[in-house]
Design a protein around this ligand. Structure first.
Ligand code: SIN
Length: 326
């Protein structure tokens, strides 16, 4: 058995974790992604005894600017690094604003059992009490820990280890993420990792598409005009609609969505309730309207599963199976 230190690839993409502001008390109006990964690592003490870290600056962006082409590059780079025998796991530093989308995308497209751990920060690197350094330390602890193998893409914020599925940014303070009813997978304390539950849904196995289908998303609200649904569906291959309650639909919304489904637009019915779920044929006759039910995936994450399913040409029944299994 090898006795060498774990070797962890650390990919920086920008975000507040690498943000700099004019003063140590400034938490707003800072520049995200301003600090290079090497400079960032100097603020994380104790790394030398934890793992050998191989840093790489892939992007330096605010995560609102994340595009599908960035995902393609990131997923490709991760796959290459994780295939290396001398790399034991990977950490991705990412802005918090779209992290739940990137995390689930990687969860579906990375099939390695080696840990991929995403983290970031809510306070810029220059702030008093910056949360980034401890999050980075914990992410490397988790990526280097054997207990984190085979759990898919993980996320760590404020000592809490979360799975990618069901993850949501819920707050604007440190520890902003939760995966409520899906539970925390564990805790990281210094270099120790405690796992309390394991995800049961499938992960990995999706190719990163060369060509992306057009998949959009709409949320129900009081007085929503069905014309907005028609406009959204007009040039889409797929549409996730976050309905009320159990993904319920007003009659005219349902008619607009059914018309789009009849034209071949794949309609996924999700719930706008933050811990909501949709039950197939529960209150809406999905069979009759040709809809796909998102189960308890958030609309944002349902959009990613639909994107990848459509990219490989899955038909409606196959798409429903994806939502039942992933
Ligand atoms: C970003 O998402 O890149 C900026 C905000 C953050 O990281 O908290």
């Amino acid at each position: 058995m090898s006795t060498r230190q774990p070797r962890i690839a650390l990919i920086a993409t920008g975000g507040t974790v690498a943000g700099t502001a004019g003063s140590s008390t400034q938490q707003l109006g800072y520049r995200a992604g301003a600090l290079g990964v090497e400079a960032l690592l100097t603020s994380v003490s104790g790394l030398a005894t934890l793992a050998e870290v191989i840093p790489e600056q892939l992007f330096a962006i605010d995560s609102a600017a994340m595009e599908l082409s960035h995902w393609q590059t990131l997923a490709g780079r991760l796959a290459v690094l994780l295939a290396r025998e001398d790399i034991d796991g990977a950490v991705v530093l990412h802005g918090t604003d779209t992290l739940e989308e990137t995390a689930y995308f990687l969860h579906l497209t990375q099939s390695s059992n080696k840990p991929v751990v995403l983290t970031g920060a809510m306070r810029p690197a220059t702030a008093l009490g910056a949360d980034g350094p401890m999050n980075i330390y914990h992410a490397i602890s988790a990526a280097a820990h054997p207990a984190c193998h085979g759990l898919g893409t993980l996320v760590i914020f404020g000592d809490v280890l979360l799975g990618a599925r069901g993850l949501q940014k819920r707050d604007s303070v440190p520890g902003a993420f939760s995966a409520d009813q899906y539970g925390r997978l564990g805790l990281v304390k210094d270099r120790d990792v405690f796992i309390y539950q394991r995800p049961t849904r499938e992960r990995g196995g999706f190719a990163v598409p060369d060509r992306w289908p057009r998949v959009t998303m709409l949320t129900a609200f009081v007085d929503l005009s069905p014309r907005l649904i028609e406009a959204a569906a007009a040039d889409a291959d797929g549409l996730v609609f976050a309905g009320v309650g159990n993904g319920n639909l007003r009659e005219d919304w349902c008619a607009a969505l059914a018309a789009a489904a009849a034209r071949g637009v794949r309609i996924v019915r999700a719930s706008r309730v933050s811990n909501g779920t949709t039950v197939r044929n529960g209150e809406i006759d999905d069979d009759a309207y040709g809809f796909i039910s998102a189960d308890n995936l958030t609309p944002l994450q349902a959009r990613i599963l639909l994107l990848l399913g459509l990219a490989r040409g899955d038909k409606p029944q196959q798409l429903q199976t994806l939502f039942d299994r992933y």
